[in-house]
Design a protein around this ligand. Sequence first.
Ligand code: ADP
Ligand code: MG
Length: 320
Amino acid sequence: MSWNGEDAPGEERILIALGGNAMTAPDGSAAPDAQAAAIEAAMGPVADLVAAGARVALTHGNGPQVGNLLIKNQLAAGVVPPVPLDWCGAQTQATIGMTIMNALERALAQRGAARSVSTVVTRTLVDAADPAFADPAKPIGRYFPEGDARRAMARGETWRRFGDRGWRRVVASPEPLEILDAGAAATLLDAGHVVVAAGGGGAPVARVDGTLRGVEAVVDKDLAAQLLARGLGATVLVIATDVEYAMVGYGTPQARPLHRTTVAELGELAAAGHFADGSMGPKVEAVRRFVAGGGRRAVIASLARIGDAAHGACGTVVEA
Ligand code: ADP
Ligand code: MG
């Protein structure tokens, strides 16, 4: 892979957001071995980019991992007090972060580009008055039978029936306002570390009476990623997922990939409903916001092609 003249390697700061396929088996399994194997495979292209001279920060999703912790909460509730969602988020940042550290340091050493990889336990500020809290809509964890849902609702949780598949807990997904630990992540990046931050969108906190408190919510990892990218002074944002492009007319016979696009065109296509809520929608909104907010390039691309994506050579590319 070669850099074009404008992208002097040492100057490029790239934030890569890793989707679920970087951390779970193709069937969605989040068993520890499956997570480690998926991360190991994902770190090859990341290591290539770092070895070529880019300063790289990573963020990642955590849906299946938090789902597993919620099941432990539920099964053990009579024995060990359930832990809140912000704790689940912090725990998954630690376990996924450490697994990335092991795999990426090894991949870098194999390329003769040894470097420290560090993880920052990251809090994301949200507004306690965000309208999302009045209407929790983000499903988390697995489907459960009605009886389990009723017991959880008696404990104060919100659950919703999803047709024949059963019931799922729903929580608020408020707008991320600030990545509170972006400064610490930037310091590590400046010092030459590869840094992992804002995993799972960051552990959500709100300011209540001047104090930061964890809240029962999840922050979208793609929306958090674009805020983190700006907080790190990144010029390029890559959202790595399990498809090659954002598609227009997805799932229809007229489906076509979006190659190069603009902030304005993305806004129009999103308003016309081309990108599903909770999957492609937030990715498109994240790349749109990043470039609208002064970022140079944002790309939605497949995990295997992170390096080409960073150069705008594949995927759905938005440039200033
Ligand atoms: P990640 O774990 O990487 O965040 P998601 O499952 O949240 O991945 O989002 C990627 C998925 O979005 C794709 O696998 C695809 O099924 C879905 N999707 C929804 N709308 C579109 C679209 N317009 N173009 C491409 N993929 C789409
Ligand atoms: Mg997603």
